[in-house]
Structures are given as C-alpha cells and as structure tokens.
Ligand binder design. Structure first.
Ligand code: GTP
Length: 342
C-alpha cells in the first residue's frame, strides 16, 4: 500500500520556528515530526511513501538520504511551485496505484488506518475522509453525513447557529486513483475547496470515517507545544515508547544538585549545572547547556541551546542554537537565535 504525505506548505502559522526548519521536520521529543508519521503509516502496512514537496525540499531530502533503518521506502515528488493539496497529489500521480492514503504532513494522529481502509473498501467509496471532533467547529470546515456516513455536505466555517456537527476534516484521506482524473495538471488545486465539493455535486460516493483517536494539527505554536507535553505525560500514547528514556543518557552531565522533576526528556551531550531546576513536562535537546541555577518549566528546547545562569523559562519553545541571557525571565514565548533576550 502506498501513501502520499503532503509536506509542501509554508507553515506560516508556526512562525518563527519555520524560518529555520520546515514544518514537517520540527522536533517532537527530539525527533523530526515526519519520522512519527512514517512509523504510523508503516504500522498500518504502508510500504512506500511519496513525499509531496512544494517548498524547501532540501532539508527533508538531506535528512532522509542519510537516515538508516527507515520503516518505508521514500519517493520524492518535488513540485516546481506549490500546487496545493490536490495539485500536489495530481503531480505525484505516476507513482500511485489504485487505492492509496493521503495525509497532511502536519497532523499527528493515532487513527487506525487499517480499519479506515476496511471501511473504505466495504462502502465502495471513491474518497474516504477521516473526521475528528473539535470543541469549536466554527473556525473549521465541517462535514455532514447520513447515517451510513455518506457525505451530504461540506460547510466552511459555519456560524454558531448553523452548527449541526463538530466533526471536521482530519487531513487523512483514502483515494481511488480515479478521483484524480478531473484535476487539472500544473495548477494550484485544493482538495478541501475544489475537489471534494466538485465530486460531491457530481454525485460521486464520498464517505466519512469519524474517529475519536488522538488527533492534533501541529501547525500552530500552541499545538506544537501541546503535542510534546501530551506524549511526555502519556495523554497521547507514544508510538515507539522505548525511544523515550526516563533517565538522561550517559553522554549528558546532570549536576547532583540539579533537580529534574516530572516527565523530562534530556538529549545527548547536555550539561545541566548546579542548582538548575527542570520541571516537566519538558524537553532538552541534544547539546544544550543549562547554566547554574536556571529554571526551566514546561518548555521545549531544541538542539544546542544555551540558557544562562539564573534565567527562568516557563512555557517556552526555544529553537536550535538560541542563547538565553543570564538572569532573563521569559514566559510563553518562542525564541530563535535572532531573538535578543533582555
Ligand atoms: P500554514 O501556512 O501555516 O497554513 O501552513 P500550510 O500551508 O503548511 O498548511 P495547511 O494546513 O494549509 O496545509 C495542509 C497540509 O498540506 C500541510 O501538511 C502542508 O504542508 C500541505 N500543503 C499545503 N499546501 C501544499 C502544496 O502546495 N504542496 C504540497 N506538496 N503540500 C502542501
């Protein structure tokens, strides 16, 4: 079985993190996000993934070209310019068989893709769209179905008095290749706004697959932070629990008078100084230096971050190679190397 993963968006909602790192490669518990997606697909019998890339493909290709033990075969489909979600799949058409998955490359979910595929086959759908419930559907596009889950209507951002369902498109699809037939080549086309409504009005069988599985779109700073915390606290089951070590690796030094409390992941070659307090959930990436008496609470530090003496970080995300000045106090902010702390 093959899957297309869409990793070509600009990730504007995840700025400033995406100035340096494409969205699909942001670290989740010290591993690039895309690795989790590939593992999840492999767990559901996907053996080949086409990465549909429209924007800064180099960092993704460089990473996976040098990676060992990948769970799936990778094929790179690089658009000359971003073609939108459906345009990107059309561009990759030559690599596809009859039935295949399409996943947004910014969605983390534990959805049972095997069961979804079974449903797709049994219903005779041309396209099956996974649905996930959200508290406030008025900011999203909702999907209405009949009692056999055949899609009746797509409603973009319904006003509160017209909300009949809180199920939104989860960015996980199964398609029959035939569904690509009428998509024009070389043009920007979106599944959500163009293809799905057109097929529906042509009477094609579009089905929905509602799921209560864990689901989050990591495309905002808040959600990115939340996913790291949910995996550490166990609110979301880790797809590969043995990779999360409860004790710091041998290559890292933690001063005996530092205090590490709650779920905290410490990467390789870190130095945690005297009197430091790290209060989880928190992630400290490879090669970080936390100087004496600093406090880090509920924060995500990428690689090679230096935190100066007595600095305090609460609810922060700190991109690789950033330096936090001694004695600074920061709360709820995202810091990149360009950021000057007071
Ligand atoms: P924002 O700019 O923050 O909205 O991010 P985005 O454009 O990356 O994400 P959006 O939620 O609009 O897109 C959903 C998924 O489709 C994401 O995984 C994107 O990476 C991907 N995507 C969006 N546009 C394209 C495109 O033109 N080509 C490809 N290959 N993927 C795309």
């Amino acid at each position: 079985m093959k899957a297309v993963v869409l990793v070509g968006g600009e990730g504007t909602r995840l700025r400033p993190l995406t100035h340096h790192t494409v969205k699909a490669m942001v670290p989740i518990l010290n591993r690039p996000f895309l690795e989790y997606l590939l593992q999840h697909l492999a767990n559901h019998s996907v053996d080949e993934v086409i990465l549909a890339m429209g924007y800064k493909p180099d960092s993704i290709q460089n990473h996976f070209t040098h990676a060992h033990g990948l769970p799936v075969k990778l094929v790179y489909s690089i658009e000359p310019a971003p073609l939108g979600t459906a345009g990107a799949v059309k561009y990759a058409e030559q690599y596809l068989d009859n039935t295949f998955f399409v996943l947004n490359g910014d969605v983390f979910t534990t959805i049972d893709l095997t069961a979804m595929l079974r449903f797709h086959k049994e219903s005779g759908a041309k396209i099956t769209i996974a649905l996930t419930p959200v508290e406030d559907p008025t900011r999203f596009g909702v999907v209405e179905t009949d009692n056999r889950f055949r899609i009746k209507k797509f409603i973009e951002k319904p006003p509160p008095d017209q909300v009949t369902t809180n199920n939104i498109n989860a960015g996980v699809y199964i398609l029959e290749k035939d569904a690509l037939k009428n998509i024009p080549s070389g043009r920007r086309v979106m599944f959500e706004h163009d293809v799905f409504p057109e097929l529906l009005s042509a009477g094609d069988p579009l089905y929905a697959y509602p799921t209560d599985a864990y689901w989050i779109d990591i495309g905002t700073l808040e959600n990115y932070h939340r996913l790291n915390c949910d995996l550490l606290t166990g609110k979301c089951p880790h797809p590969d629990p043995k990779t999360v070590r409860p004790v710091p690796p041998e290559s890292s030094f933690v001063h005996p008078q530092a205090r590490v409390q709650g779920p905290v992941l410490i990467g390789e070659r870190c130095r945690i100084g005297y009197g430091v307090q790290i209060i989880g959930p928190a992630v400290i990436g490879t090669g970080c230096h936390i100087e004496d008496c600093a406090i880090i609470e509920k924060s995500i530090l990428w690689q090679h971050v230096t935190v100066g003496k007595n600095a305090i970080l609460r609810n922060c995300i700190v991109a690789s190679n950033s330096c936090i000045a001694s004695n600074s106090a920061l709360e709820g902010v995202t810091i990149t190397p360009e950021h000057k702390t007071p």
